[in-house]
Design a binder for this molecule. Structure first.
Ligand code: CA
Length: 224
C-alpha cells in the first residue's frame, strides 16, 4: 500500500505527506511534474494525489503520461477554487476524483479510502496461473486441485507474484510490498521466502511457475 503525492507547495506537501503516513498510508512526495511522471511510471503506487499547477509538467500532463503508459491506479486531483473548469477536464482526462483546495484533511482521507475500496472491488476474487489457483477471499491456495497450506507471508508473496504475473519483480520491491519495509541491504529474507514458497507450489508439480531472473528478481508465469 503506497501513495504518490505530487505537490509543489512545500508546506502543503509536507503536511499531507506526514498526515498520510500517520494515517497508515506510506507516501512518497515529489515537488514537480517531471519527477511525478517519473515516479509514477517507474515505481508501484496504489493511488496518486496530483496537484494541477506544477512546475515542469502540469498535473494534466502527468495524468496523460500515467494513463498512456497503461497504468490504471486511481488518481485524485487537487485543484484550486478558481480552476472549476479544470475539474471537468481532469475527470475527462481520466482522473478518478478531485478535491478543491483548501480542504479538510479528513475529507482527503475519506476520498482516498473510497477510491482504494473501489479499486479493490474491481479485483477478481480468484487468481489463476496455469493450474495454480489462489482464492483471495478464503485465502486458499490449490494447485492441480490439491490444497496447499501457506503462511500469511507466503500468501502475500504469492498474491503479489500472481497479481503481477509475467512482470519481473525486484527483490527490494517484493520486500517493500510483502514486509512493508525496506531491505536495501538484506534481501536474503526474500530469497528464503521464495525458496519456501517454491517448495510448496512448484517442486511437487510441473511446470515450474516461479522463475529467477538473474540479477533482477523473480517472475511468476507459465513459460511455454
Ligand atoms: Ca501547485
Amino acid at each position: 500500500m503506497k501513495i504518490l503525492l505530487v505537490e509543489d507547495e512545500p508546506k502543503t506537501g509536507d503536511y499531507l505527506k506526514q498526515g498520510l503516513c500517520e494515517a497508515g498510508f506510506p507516501t512518497d512526495w515529489v515537488q514537480d511534474g517531471i519527477s511525478g511522471s517519473h515516479q509514477a511510471l517507474h515505481e508501484t503506487y496504489d493511488l496518486i494525489i496530483l496537484d494541477v499547477m506544477l512546475p515542469g509538467r502540469s498535473g494534466w500532463e502527468v495524468l496523460q503520461d500515467i494513463r498512456s503508459a497503461g497504468k490504471d491506479m486511481p488518481v485524485l486531483f487537487l485543484t484550486a477554487r478558481d480552476e472549476v473548469n479544470d475539474r471537468v477536464r481532469g475527470l475527462e482526462a481520466g482522473a478518478d476524483d478531485y478535491l478543491v483546495k483548501p480542504f479538510a484533511f479528513a475529507e482527503l482521507l475519506a476520498r482516498i479510502r473510497t477510491l482504494l475500496r473501489r479499486e479493490r472491488s474491481r479485483e477478481p476474487d480468484v487468481l489463476n496461473v496455469a493450474d495454480l489457483e489462489l482464492d483471495l477471499r478464503t485465502r486458499r491456495a490449490t494447485r492441480s486441485h490439491q490444497r496447499i497450506e501457506l503462511t500469511a507471508r507466503e500468501f502475500a508473496l504469492l498474491a503479489l507474484l500472481m497479481r503481477r504475473r509475467g512482470e519481473i519483480l525486484p527483490r527490494a520491491l517484493i520486500a517493500s510490498q510483502v514486509w512493508d519495509m525496506n531491505f536495501e541491504s538484506d534481501t536474503n529474507v526474500v530469497e528464503v521466502a521464495v525458496r519456501r514458497l517454491r517448495a510448496k507450489i512448484d517442486d511437487p508439480f510441473e511446470p515450474r511457475l516461479i522463475h529467477t531472473v538473474r540479477g533482477m528478481g523473480y517472475t511468476l508465469e507459465e513459460k511455454r
